[in-house]
Design a protein around this ligand. Structure first.
Ligand code: FAD
Ligand code: MG
Length: 313
């Protein structure tokens, strides 16, 4: 999502510099969670507060950090985790149930099979997918709330919080900023955005990246809102003219192919907007919008496949 994030940023900064007598805005960015995290605020201390909170959560939930709780759980198959990690896994189970299995954090084994973890893309055999699906299914995650114990019912399962933890981290950073009296800030973690308060007395303006990479496909005016976008126009490979993206349908073991090119969700809750975009991308427009209705107040924007030309680019 790096380019989309940058695209977002480009749009945001264009809007920011609109009027010349607005207070100075401090901007800082850092590579975190495998993407660029940018913080924009009239308060100089905002960036350090946001980065600190995101770093803390990355240390708990990153499958790329061998010392994280998620990595230790994935290698041991069971682990007593912190209440925080336990709660995000429990919340992921709710999204799994509400989305009829379209949102599923146990896709980790599929993400690895198709080579999306280390970007060494691979087109697996049918038998390899069938084999791997034996280790997929959030119903195979056993939770014991007394000890915050998480246990996998099948050995070799892998959880991957890529579709929900960025939203969670950005949401926690916004909460931390509020607790520190920060009233105005935009956090952008690779397209996962939270707009806190007003920017120089006006809503923050955010551009939605066009999946056909022709600039932006929409603008949003946001105050105290989170916005996320999911799509397969950043992380994908092409085989025989067909695009295979990083968002999987856990029921088939194949990259999702619901004729949706990108989904954008606006919500009060950054975790909800992140998880919903991935679920809707898998479910497709009709079932996706029905799922979104279970979350009062969220707005959904869907860009369909037709924008892209035939050779998958
Ligand atoms: P989303 O649609 O929000 O999520 C898609 C991702 O979710 C996929 O990439 C896959 O990981 C997973 N997924 C796929 N299908 C499903 C499904 N059906 N249900 C649930 N989940 C699914 N990337 C790196 O390259 N290096 C890093 O060091 C790194 N560290 C990270 C640390 C953290 C804490 C997190 C959350 C992510 C990290 N990433 C890293 C991943 C990177 O940020 C991804 O690009 C990102 O997670 C994908 O998010 P998205 O918003 O593009 O897509
Ligand atoms: Mg997501």
């Amino acid at each position: 999502m790096k380019r989309a994030g940058f695209l977002f940023l480009a749009c945001v900064s264009a809007f920011i510099n609109g009027c010349d007598n607005s207070p100075r805005l401090y901007k800082d960015s850092r590579l975190m969670m495998g993407t660029f995290v940018e913080v924009i605020s009239p308060e100089e201390k905002a960036a350090a507060i946001a980065f600190g909170e995101i770093k803390r959560i990355e240390g708990l939930l990153s499958k790329y950090d061998p010392s994280s709780e998620v990595s230790r759980l994935n290698s041991a198959g069971q682990l007593k985790v912190s209440r925080e990690t336990y709660d995000i896994i429990a919340r992921s189970k709710e999204f799994w149930a509400l989305s009829n299995g379209a949102f599923d954090i146990t896709v980790g084994s599929l993400v690895e099979l198709w080579g999306f973890k280390d970007k060494k893309y691979y087109f697996p055999l049918k038998t390899e997918i069938t084999q791997t699906l034996k280790r997929v299914g959030t119903d195979k995650i056993i939770l014991d709330p007394v000890d915050n114990l998480v246990k996998f019912a099948v050995s070799g399962m892998q959880i991957d919080l890529g579709a929900i933890a960025k939203g969670y981290a950005v949401g926690c950073a916004a909460k931390k900023l509020r607790e520190n009296g920060i009233k105005s800030c935009l956090i952008n973690a690779g397209g996962q955005i939270y707009c806190l308060g007003l920017k120089s007395g006006k809503p923050w303006l955010v551009g939605i990246a066009d999946p056909a990479k022709k600039g932006i496909s929409g603008k949003l005016s946001l105050v105290n809102k989170a916005v996320s976008t999911s799509g397969d126009y950043e992380q994908f490979f092409i085989k025989d003219g067909i695009r295979y993206g990083h968002i999987f349908d856990p029921r088939s073991g194949m990259p999702a192919d619901s004729s949706v090119a990108s989904v954008t969700v606006v919500s009060d809750d950054s975790l909800v907007s992140d998880a919903l975009t991935t679920a809707i991308f898998v479910l497709g427009e009709e079932k996706g919008r029905a799922l979104a209705e279970k979350f009062p107040g969220v707005e959904v924007k869907i860009d369909k496949e037709k924008e892209r030309d035939k050779d998958g680019k």
